[in-house]
Design a protein around this ligand. Structure first.
Ligand code: DHB
Ligand code: FE
Length: 291
């Protein structure tokens, strides 16, 4: 497992470093193949042909040249070398997978996970402060909420796993020099389903621009920004896992998120207190597992 401790201090928060971390973590998890081991050849054939046909259509309709084909080949090879497949897929593909996966839900639907989740963040109870450095930069944020089932019952023992970037837009364990569990915590609620979380407001986040994804962004004239966001996984026994992100009103990238992950229902309604800190109330409704 790569942590910030194994990165040299001279290694800045480069695309290659955060990409390598994200790839290494994903590759260490054997379950992606296990989960689809019973997929029929018909399904694989159908999906592979549909994707390839979409590529052939683009080539024919856009008269893609050999030079463009070779540039694509070189770029794809480089994405792998940079370890940027998790970043690429989570920014440009995951949002549609998430919509399909959650469209049946009556409770919260959620949004993309992104590449920077780490399980088993330290437990803080129902009312606690996320691990942070002394004098952690950023506006203090108090977040209260309740976790219920779709019938309104509070979910005793439900968990909010929260992770987010710091005020410079960096995630612990994916950028050097940040304590391992900084701005990562697990909050477990009691019988009333209520939580109160103390943290800081994260900064807008720019996906790494010095690697292959950055090269695509520059070549296409796009920007690399995601709006500031809090990541959560909300879970409870007998209920579907909710993976979501929460956003802050007025962020200029809420309307043009590079990862297309903002939904109106995920934008918070915070209030600024007299001391400059921010308070917000936002709860979650989980769907019981069907069948
Ligand atoms: C990426 C980073 C994020 O923090 C996120 O939420 C989604 C995607 C990325 O760099 O790919
Ligand atoms: Fe993120």
């Amino acid at each position: 497992m790569t942590t910030d401790q194994t990165l040299e201090p001279t290694e800045a928060a480069t695309a290659a470093a955060s990409g390598a971390s994200a790839t290494e973590r994903f590759a260490a998890d054997k379950s992606p193949f296990e989960a689809v081991k019973d997929t029929s050849p018909e399904r694989v054939d159908r999906l592979a042909k549909r994707v390839l046909n979409a590529v052939y259509d683009t080539i024919r309709e856009e008269k893609v040249s050999y030079d463009e084909y070779n540039a694509l080949k070189a770029w794809l090879i480089q994405v792998g070398k940079d370890g940027e497949w998790p970043l690429f897929l989570d920014v440009w593909v995951e949002h549609e997978i998430e919509k399909v996966a959650t469209e049946h839900r009556e409770g919260n639907k959620g949004t993309i996970e992104g590449p920077y989740y780490v399980p088993n963040a330290p437990e803080q109870g129902a009312n606690g402060t996320i691990p942070m450095r002394d004098g952690e930069a950023g506006t203090p944020l108090t977040w209260t909420g309740k976790i219920t089932s779709t019938d309104g019952t509070p979910l005793d023992g439900a968990k909010v796993e929260l992770w987010h970037a710091d005020a410079d837009g960096f995630y612990s364990q994916f950028a050097p020099g940040i304590p391992e569990w900084n701005l990562r915590g697990t909050f477990t609620v009691g019988a009333d389903g209520a939580f109160e979380i103390h943290t800081i407001q994260p900064a807008p986040y720019q996906i790494p621009t010095d690697g292959s994804c950055g090269k695509l962004i520059a070549a296409a004239g796009w920007h690399a920004w995601r709006p500031a966001h809090l990541h959560v996984k909300v879970s409870a026994p007998g209920h579907e896992l909710l993976t979501a992100q929460l956003y802050f009103p007025g962020d200029e990238h809420n309307d043009d998120d590079i990862a297309s992950a903002v939904k109106p229902e995920l934008v918070l309604a915070p209030v600024t207190n007299d001391d400059g800190s921010v308070s917000v109330d936002y709860g979650f409704v989980l769907d019981p597992v069907r069948g």
